[in-house]
Each structure stands twice: as C-alpha cells, then as structure tokens.
Design a protein around this ligand. Structure first.
Ligand SMILES: Cc1ncc(COP(=O)(O)O)c(C=O)c1O
Length: 424
C-alpha cells in the first residue's frame, strides 16, 4: 500500500467506492497522469462528465474569469453567468423546453423534476423502468433499480413508485421487437391492475439506460410511453444526466427519437466537472410552480454556470465529429467482438457504448471484467464498469478524442481480452 492509500483510507469513509486506487495528479484532454508520472487514456470521463476533455482551455479560462468577479449568489442576488447558462441551454434544448432551474447534482435534479411533476399534476404516482439509475438520495434511490445494492438497507423507500420493465433484448435473449412488446404488455397490465393512469404524475426514463447496462430505449417503446402520457395527462421526464451533452451523437439522448419530453434532468457534463445540474421544462409548466416552493443554496453557482456557457460552445463544435468517431468505435469494437468470444454484445448510441463480457455459456462474466480492468490499468487506460452483474465496459471517451487515441484505446481492450482468454 502506498503512503497516499494509507492517508486516504485513514480519513475517507470507505462507502465512497472509487473505481481504482490511482492517485491522479494531472489531466488534459483524453489523458490523465498519476502522481508517479504514468499516463492513462481516459475512457471513463468521470462517467460522462468530462465530455469536452479534461481541463479544456476555453472552459478553464471562462471559470477563471468568473472566479475574479462573483462566486456565489445562492438565491439572494442575480448574476449574468446564471442567465447566460440558461440561455445557452435553451438554444440547444429539445422541444418544448425553453426554461431552466439550476441545482448541484444529478440526484437533486431528479428529485426536483419529480417534485415539479407532482406539484403541477396534483398526482403522486411515479413510474420508473427496471434497470434505471436516477441517483442515490432517498427520493432518487426510490426510482433507481439498476442494482439492488443501491436500495438494500434503506427501506422503506418512497411509496407510490411503480417499477415496470425496460426492454433488455440481449440479456432477455429476445429481439428488440419481442422485448419491447413484452415490456409494453407489462406496462399495460400495471395500468390495469396496480395503479390507475389518473394517479400517475410522471414516467421517469433514461433514453439510454446507463448504470443499468447501456441499453438504448427502443423507439417504439418511447413512442407508446408518449402516447399513454398524452392520453392521461402524465408528464414524461427524460433523465438526460448521462445521455446529454452530445454523448449519444445528438445534443440529447431524446433527440435520437421522434418524441418530445415534458421535463429533462441534466447534470454530469453540464460544466465539464464543476458541480452543476438543472431541470428544463416549458414556460407553461414552470409557470405552475410558484416562487419559493422549491430552492437551493449552492445551485447555479456563478463559476459553474460560467463554465457551462463555454461547455455548450465546445459541445456545439465537437458534435459534428461524433458520428464519424462513433462509426469508428463501433467498427473497432465489433471487430474485437469477432475475435473474442468473451465479448457477447456491443451496443449503444454515439459515444455511449456498452461492451458486455460473458462466459462460455453467455452468462455475465464479472471476473473477465475485473481482469480486463486491471490489465488496462497496467497498460494505461481507464474505464468504468456498469450493469447489475458488473460485466459491462462503459466505452465513453471524451467527444474531443482524436481518431488515433480512439484506435489506441480499442487496441488496448483487444490486448486485455487476448490476455484474459490466453490465461493459464
Ligand atoms: C441517468 C442518471 N441519473 C442520475 C444520476 C445521479 O447523478 P449524481 O451522481 O450527480 O447525483 C446519474 C449519475 O450518477 C445518472 O447517470
């Protein structure tokens, strides 16, 4: 154990489970450097936070400039970066979103979105989709079903939260159409047997399930949710905390589909690493949520908002390059899959790609994932796993990665799988 690890474990609560023990000293673009000077290609981006690459010079400059002006207003006075960040977000928001409210974290945004839905509909029911991840606070963990580990030991959770299946074709051994039909059948049954649609305030869904295993929602599934929502006055909340900011090749995950949300939750990449989150909705809906019924001390911090203004510019510039990078990534990873029986599935959208590792019987293989992860740490690459069985590589490089670094990373994954399959 290094001296750093000793200091860490002495004073930091073990509950915060860092993915690796590396002491990072510096970060630039797609690369990290540890305290010993070793470099790592970062394909984890802090789980889709540093979409613009670490320490992007223009975002750093925007934050620096704001640091010398005003840091904090916290519900007591107004400042320009707050309004500018909201204007920037409105300029790229999906229809009909034209207003924002800022907070600090993703979970806080999810909590606020559900409060907005409950307050404005006067209903209590929240429908969530099995495998979804929406945060770890008491409210948001009640909506999180990506893994029981987040829920165990915390019951009772919030009442009137109804969990219904999300289509997971690969794991279910079904086609996308079959998995979708099965999930819709369960939804319809739930509305007949368990909760009346008139008691439901909102559907809360990730356009691509993240923590739950990198499963894009089938288009026909979202379409039917939208139809049911419209029929019964239910609000559709798209949790864009991981799928936003260009991650899926479009500004928002929902832009890949032909439906619109009533509310979006955003966080993670919004300020490229400074703590900031938001919910977006229409003026009409926000107009029904009176001043003071919800609030925050730190939300919309002036420095984080200044960074967010520049993040929108950088993502706008990077976005046109994402389809080609995505194509390159899918082609590379599919050829890795062709060479390695350990790779059961490669799926996703844009640069949000899941690489699922399986054993000889097609079962989730967390031992393979741990081996690959350790091997990649040695050869200089970082990624974060996902999925309830801890067997899926999240392939989420920064949007500004070079094609050469992208190929280099895929090559390192290929080498790690060769080592796993050749182990004695
Ligand atoms: C889709 C989604 N929703 C909500 C959250 C919670 O965000 P936070 O960890 O910032 O509370 C996360 C990430 O952890 C997420 O990926």
């Amino acid at each position: 154990m290094s001296e750093f690890t000793d200091r860490f474990t002495d004073v930091v609560a073990p509950v915060i489970a860092f993915d690796n023990g590396v002491e990072m000293a510096e970060a630039r673009g797609a690369w990290l450097t540890d305290a010993a000077g070793k470099r790592y290609l970062d394909f984890g981006t802090g789980i889709s936070v540093t979409n613009c690459g670490h320490n992007h010079p223009r975002i750093v400059a925007a934050a620096h400039e704001q640091l010398d002006k005003v840091w904090h207003g916290g519900g007591t006075f107004r400042y320009d970066s707050y309004v500018s960040a909201a204007e920037q977000l409105v300029s790229v928001a999906p229809e009909p979103i034209d207003m924002f409210f800022f907070m600090n974290s993703g979970a806080e945004a999810v909590e606020a979105a559900v409060k907005l839905a409950r307050h404005t509909t006067g209903r209590q029911g929240v429908v969530v989709f099995r495998g979804g991840f929406h945060g770890r606070t008491m409210g948001s963990v009640s909506y999180t079903t990506s893994s029981v580990k987040y829920r165990t030991g915390y019951h009772p959770l919030l009442p009137s939260v109804f969990v219904t299946p999300f289509p997971h074709p690969y794991r279910q051994g079904l086609t996308e159409e079959e998995a979708t039909e099965r999930a819709l059948h369960e939804l319809r049954a739930m509305l007949r047997h368990v909760v009346a649609p008139e008691d439901i305030a909102c559907f809360l869904i990730e356009p691509v399930q993240g923590e739950g295993g990198y499963y894009p929602a089938p288009a026909s599934f979202l379409r039917e949710l939208r139809e049911v929502a419209d029929r019964y006055g239910i609000l559709l909340i798209a949790d864009e905390i991981q799928t936003g900011f260009g991650r899926t090749g479009t500004w928002w995950g929902i832009d890949n589909y032909d439906i619109t949300p009533d509310i979006i939750t955003i966080g993670k990449a919004i300020a490229n690493g400074l703590p900031l989150s938001a919910i977006g909705s229409s003026k009409d809906l926000f107009g029904k949520w009176p001043p003071g019924v919800h609030g925050t001390t730190f939300g919309g911090n002036a420095v984080a908002c200044a960074a967010a203004v520049e993040v929108v510019n950088v993502v706008n510039e990077a976005l046109p390059t994402v389809p080609a990078l995505s194509e390159q990534a899918f082609a590379g990873l599919r050829s890795v899959q062709a060479n390695h029986p350990t790779v059961g599935d490669v799926r996703g959208l844009g640069l949000m790609i899941g690489v699922e590792l399986v054993d000889g019987d097609g079962r989730p293989d967390s031992a393979a994932l741990e081996f690959v992860r350790t091997h990649l740490l040695e050869t200089g690459m970082i990624f974060h796993p996902c999925g309830p069985d801890h067997n899926i590589i999240r392939f989420i490089p920064p949007l500004v990665i070079s094609p050469e670094d992208l190929d280099h990373g895929i090559g390192l994954i290929d080498d790690a799988l060769t080592a796993w399959e050749g182990r004695s």
